[in-house]
Design a protein around this ligand. Structure first.
Ligand SMILES: [Zn+2]
Length: 262
């Protein structure tokens, strides 16, 4: 049975062998404290149409990196919503880190929407230098180039509108072209992805540990808050607390978390 129209956080993997010091900028007094994280994608379902924010890493990539138990592919998660991967019309990529930009081949006809400056950065020599190299999977760039050849890559600059109810907003900070999605609803939803990995980043004004531009990361927090407004719902990118704040629907092994019904 299909889940109702709505915005969903879909958990596809997790990591428990992770400490707080990996995740917060600068020295943290509790840097060695365990800090498990979740990996999500997000779906906006309206009738027969599905828009995804991000596409996760693949099971192969999880095996290659290790310590990342894999729960379900994004295509499998879309099927759990009662939709087919062919109904995914667009995949918005918040940024091109490996845990957000894999699995595109499972949605061969979807248009991918990405900030142009993000695409340009990871294809430049700097994108494969030193600490940057392990953050982006070259196979994902190859897939994006193929999408571009087929006319299925939409490169955007700044803020953009999908259809009046869903809009994208360039915030930067974490990467050059990090963007967030806003969904108009009774309480607006801002899918922050890695512009705020955890509630603590935005709530306590604590930047994440992987920073492209620090002032931009703070400005991203301000932008997210403004987009949400006083009644809005902000959904961070990797916080296990999302599961408690937005309890899972039955019958889906705790992987499908409704954020808002539309
Ligand atoms: Zn991430």
């Amino acid at each position: 049975m299909a889940e109702p129209d709505g915005v969903y956080a879909l958990r596809y993997a997790y990591r428990t062998e992770s400490v707080r010091g990996e995740h917060f900028y600068g020295h943290d007094p509790d840097c060695l404290a365990p800090w498990p994280i979740d990996y999500y994608i997000w779906a906006i379902c309206r009738g027969d149409e599905v828009v995804l924010l991000d596409a996760g890493f693949t099971p192969d990539e999880a095996r290659r990196r290790g310590s990342r138990p894999y729960l379900e592919t994004p295509a499998g998660l879309v099927r759990r919503l009662g939709r087919s991967p062919a109904q995914v019309s667009a995949i918005v990529l918040s940024h091109l880190h490996y845990d957000h930009a894999g699995n595109l081949a499972d949605f061969p006809d979807a248009t991918v929407i990405l900030q142009r400056c993000e695409y340009d950065f990871w294809r430049s020599p700097m994108g494969s230098r030193g600490a940057y190299a392990h953050l982006c999977n070259p196979a994902d760039l190859t897939e994006l180039a193929d999408r571009q050849r087929r006319g299925l890559l939409r490169l955007v600059d700044g803020d953009w509108d999908l259809d009046g109810a869903v809009s994208g907003h360039h915030v930067g900070g974490h990467t050059p072209g990090t963007q967030v999605l806003r969904v108009a609803a009774e309480r607006p939803v801002v899918l922050a992805s890695d512009a705020s990995h955890f509630y603590e980043n935005i709530d306590a004004d604590r930047p994440y540990g992987v920073v492209h531009e620090l002032a931009g990361m703070y400005a991203a927090f301000d932008r997210i808050a403004a987009l949400a407004g006083p009644d809005g719902v902000v959904v961070p990118g990797h916080d296990p607390a999302v599961r408690a704040r937005h309890p899972a629907t039955p019958h889906h092994d705790g992987l499908v978390h409704p954020i808002s019904y539309l």
